[in-house]
Every structure is written in C-alpha cells, then in structure tokens.
Design a protein around this ligand. Structure first.
Ligand code: B16
Ligand code: MG
Length: 214
C-alpha cells in the first residue's frame, strides 16, 4: 500500500507539551485543594481541555458550577499560554525534521491532527508551521478523540482518501480515532504497541518509520 498522507498528533509526537499542561493544571488543583499527580495527568493525554478538567474534578470535594468550570479552564489556559510562550525549536522531539524532509521529498502530504486549541502558536514557536499542508486542531472539531473527526478532517484537507493516510499518535486509546477514520496507525512513544497499532515506534527517529513510506 502506498500512503500519500501522514497525519501527526502534536503533544507526545512532535513536542512534549504534557509537562506544561501538568504544571498549569497542578497550580489550579493545588489552589482548589484537589489531589492531582502525574499519574492522573497521564489520563489527560489527547483529552480536550474541558474533559481534562472533568477528570481532575473527579477528586474534588464538592460540585462545581458550569460557570466555575469555565473560569477554571480559562485560568488554566492563560497559565498554559504563559508556559508555552517559551517553547523553542530545541523542544522538537527526535526525528521530526528529518522525517518531514523525507516526506516532502516523496510528495507525501503532512497534516496535523491535534485536540489542542493552542496548536498553531506551538507550531509557530517550534518553527515548523510552514511544514504542514493541512492543520486540524481543537478549534476545528466538535467531537473529541476517539471520534475520528480530527483525523478525517485532516485527510479531507489533504485532499486524500482516509485509507491513503497514516496516523501518528501517542495516546494508545486515541489510535482508535485513527482506526475509526479508516487509517493505518503508528503508536509513538508512550502509546506502546497495543492491538490498535499497525506500527509501534519509539519516536519519529525510529528507523522503522521509513518502512511505512518505502
Ligand atoms: P488545549 P494533542 C492535547 O494535545 C493534550 O495532549 C491534552 O493534554 C490537552 O488537554 C489537549 O491537547 C487540549 O489542549 O487546552 O491546548 O486546547 O495530543 O491532541 O496534540
Ligand atoms: Mg498526543
């Protein structure tokens, strides 16, 4: 099978923003007296902002109103924006630039499929915004992963049928979104090699990534 499109998740595949999400949520949780640790943070991988907040609030001692939740999500996001403002190309994960160079040479479309509403400024800070033929982020979708919308839209914007695209995703559960979109999937890093992964890669510097597009 010849693949003509590659769709990349952002956090965990191209850059590790999870540490900044963690710090921003942790400040908020501490202030509210809600227990939150790195293990719970793992559950927020690829999960939308409001859904992340709901997971954190599972440990809360009281119910929060919708208004309070919206305010908390906004506060977390402002703090997160401060933290990601300092991102530089040095934070690109291993193998990203070489793989993008290779895909470009081969004429394979490069797309982003991220749940984050902050994806565009992050791509800008990483110096790779112009490397993408299509960008789909949290602002473009109504339904979060494992719904396939983010990946289906990425294929549509690449002008390709879904089955000609390969998804790279670090959240094991969200490989399901790729599968539901009708794509082949590569689990990157933390995602490990579960049953939903057609390929399992340590990171994008893993030489086996080039077999996919050989
Ligand atoms: P934002 P991805 C996800 O990124 C993060 O993994 C997840 O922790 C975060 O809650 C989500 O983006 C939304 O981010 O608050 O910036 O809209 O892996 O889908 O690129
Ligand atoms: Mg991710």
């Amino acid at each position: 099978m010849l693949f003509r499109g590659a769709v990349f998740d952002l956090d965990g595949v191209i850059v590790c923003t999870d540490k900044y999400h963690f710090l921003a949520w942790k400040e908020l949780a501490d202030r509210e007296g809600i227990y939150f640790d790195e293990k719970i943070n793992e559950r927020l991988r690829g999960v939308s902002r409001m859904q992340s907040l709901e997971i954190i609030l599972e440990r809360a001692g009281r119910a929060y109103t919708e208004e309070e939740k919206n305010r908390m999500a906004e506060e977390k996001n402002s703090r997160y924006r401060e933290l990601i403002a300092g991102i530089t190309p040095a934070e690109l994960l291993p193998g990203v630039l070489s793989l993008f160079d290779f895909l470009k040479k081969k004429g394979i479309g490069i797309a982003l499929g991220s749940s984050s509403k902050n994806a565009k400024p992050i791509l800008g800070s990483l110096g790779i915004a112009d490397r993408f033929d299509a960008v789909v982020d949290g602002n473009d979708i109504q339904r979060s992963k494992p719904d396939p919308q983010v990946f289906s839209l990425a294929a549509e914007r690449l002008g390709l049928p879904a089955d000609e695209c390969f998804v790279f995703e670090d959240a094991e559960g969200w490989l399901l979104a790729g599968k539901r979109a009708g794509m082949k999937t590569a689990a990157v890093g933390a995602a490990g090699g579960g049953p939903l992964a057609d390929y399992s890669l340590r990171d994008l510097a893993d030489a086996r990534v080039y077999d996919i597009f050989a």
